[in-house]
Design a protein around this ligand. Structure first.
Ligand code: URA
Length: 197
């Protein structure tokens, strides 16, 4: 049922040319994960080169690092998550998607949230956070906090948790207490607990 609705939505995306990104993409990057079993939707920034080539989110260097963290936290990428981005097409030179691009693409993202109807939404990085959280709090200050927000077309309040983006973690290798990688693992373990409650 969810898969049928999502496939219909994907078909709509395949023909989308609402913004300039539609002119340069090779592939729409619609989603990854199992909508029937996912307990959380993870929202990243935008597809990069590898994602544009494959049509799958988070398959490049950042994605591989994300996979390692998920595994260490006991979260199954295949079963526990449904992974999407703020926009479905790669911005040229991997620039940050504009507010207009995000707004035009939000029709699809909000519909995905409505269909999957997850209990938890993970804002992976500052771009995803800014798209849904009105205050200008830096991700470093707010990561790991559980925010009760109305996200999506239905009025339901969902548990929304900002986490660092894995691209940021590629620059910091320390695992020391309080380091970005340490905090990322702690945040994901907290999310794993919330998934089971
Ligand atoms: N970074 C993102 O934010 N999303 C992807 O899909 C890949 C890299």
């Amino acid at each position: 049922m969810k898969k049928t609705k999502l496939n219909e939505l994907k078909d709509k995306c395949l023909n989308c040319c609402k913004c300039e990104l539609g002119k340069t993409r090779n592939n729409i990057v619609f989603a990854d994960g199992n909508p029937d079993t996912a307990k959380a939707i993870l929202i990243g920034e935008a597809p990069g080169e590898n994602e544009d080539k494959t049509g799958i989110p988070f398959v490049g260097r950042a994605g591989k690092l994300l996979n390692e963290f998920l595994e260490n936290a006991g979260i199954s990428r295949e079963n526990d998550l449904y992974i999407i981005n703020t926009v479905k097409c790669r911005p040229p030179q991997n620039r940050v998607p504009s507010d207009k691009e995000k707004e035009l693409c939000s029709e699809y993202l909000l519909k995905q949230i409505e269909i999957v109807d997850p209990k938890i939404i993970i804002f992976c990085g500052a771009t995803a956070l800014k798209s849904f959280y009105p205050k200008k709090t830096p991700i470093s200050k707010i990561r790991g906090e559980v925010l009760d927000l109305k996200v999506g077309n239905n009025t339901e309040i969902r548990k929304c948790i900002p986490i660092f983006h894995p691209s940021y973690l590629l620059r910091y290798h320390s695992l020391e207490e309080g380091s970005p990688r340490d905090l990322m693992l702690k945040d994901l373990k907290k999310i794993k607990l919330l998934m089971n409650n």
